[in-house]
Design a binder for this molecule. Structure first.
Ligand SMILES: [Ca+2]
Ligand SMILES: [Ca+2]
Ligand SMILES: [Ca+2]
Length: 346
């Protein structure tokens, strides 16, 4: 009997509780809520000299008479990032929250004019038709990486204002940070013995020597262009050996190429590959002489450097890429008799 009594009590308690729970939920759903947030910076890690973007998202629910103004002071670390001057400046106003017809102030202020006066900031003011319940991106911030480090963006102060001009209490945006990394560039020229710097002049042809930077990571290969130049980009900080190759030629290498954070682009001295290694074993000897002689007199041969994208196969016995194996190829090979690679880059 006592057990039945308890069960009835529990059931009654639940029945009484259900309507009030629904009522509370309705009250919660109608309650005002508003928040600002910053999206994660893209890309992360970013690069020195590279673009960084992130967005200001606004979420408002049940605001009466509705949010009609947003003001944000966003601090940044001027040692690590800078707002670009073009094309949109520091902030690009987007229509996702207020619609297309919003007005804005978008300015970069010196530290003295920013809340806290500790760092410069982007001052952004947006206004538009009152939004009662709306979730959207109001603006996109643009920065450029300057130096290596962790660059943080903080909303120093934000104001949400309703259509009557009163402040709307809101959850402020939390800080976002991006790692700025350095990426280096190595430039140079790789010519080939017996071949002009602009081989096979004509539309789209390139010199097609293959250049690779080998370190903890490998970058490349890239092909030399129509004037025998190359550019290796996006190298992470570290030490590299730069290696240049072409079929029928000894490898040339530059060791100790060092990419340091913030350093300028490295320009290597021009190198000229030495011809005659027909069999590709990085030594020029009787085997290579034999290989040239065995194909002596052949014509219309495949030439890698005659193709725009260097995808053609190459006949290595045609050292100088004129499409035929003759006395010129034999002379180049014989002249380098006994040479071995890798040859040191000048
Ligand atoms: Ca050889
Ligand atoms: Ca060839
Ligand atoms: Ca030839």
């Amino acid at each position: 009997m006592k057990i039945y009594k308890s069960i009835i009590t529990v059931i009654l308690t639940i029945l009484i509780a259900i309507p009030s729970t629904i009522a509370n939920a309705e009250v919660l759903q109608q309650a005002l809520s508003a928040s600002l947030s910053l999206t994660s910076p893209i890309p992360n890690p970013a690069l020195t000299g590279g673009d960084i973007t992130f967005e200001l998202a606004v979420n408002v629910a049940n605001s009466n008479p509705g949010v009609a103004g947003i003001e944000v002071y966003l601090s940044f670390d001027p040692a690590l990032v800078t707002p670009p001057t073009t094309p949109n400046g520091a902030a690009e106003v987007l229509p996702d929250f207020f619609g297309a017809s919003n007005v804005s102030i978008n300015e970069v202020l010196p530290a003295a004019q920013c809340p806290g006066a500790a760092s410069p900031c982007v001052h952004l003011v947006l206004a538009g038709p009152a939004q009662t319940t709306q979730n959207g991106v109001a603006a996109r911030f643009h920065f450029r990486g300057l130096a290596v480090g962790s660059a943080c963006f903080t909303v120093l102060q934000s104001n949400l204002v309703n259509a009557n001009g009163f402040q709307v209490v809101h959850t402020p945006a939390t800080q976002q940070c991006v790692t700025v990394q350095y990426r280096g560039i190595v430039n140079g020229v790789v010519q080939r013995q017996g071949v002009p710097a602009s081989p096979n002049t004509g539309a789209g042809t390139t010199a097609c020597s293959s250049v690779t930077a080998i370190g903890a990571e490998t970058f490349g290969p890239v092909n030399t262009n129509n004037t025998s130049g190359f550019k290796l980009t996006n190298l992470s900080v570290g030490a590299y050996t730069v290696r240049a190759t072409y079929p029928g030629y000894l490898t040339t290498e530059k060791t100790g190429v060092s990419i340091v954070a913030g350093g300028p682009a490295i320009n290597l001295a021009a190198a000229t590959l030495r011809g005659g290694d027909v069999n590709g074993d990085n030594a020029i000897n009787i085997l290579d002489i034999g290989a040239v002689i065995s194909k002596f007199g052949r014509a219309s041969l495949a030439v890698k450097s005659a193709s725009a994208n260097c995808t053609l196969a190459d006949e290595p016995a045609d050292i100088n890429d004129d499409g035929q194996v003759n006395i010129s190829d034999l002379a180049i090979t014989a002249g380098n008799w006994g040479s071995v690679g890798p040859v040191l880059w000048p």
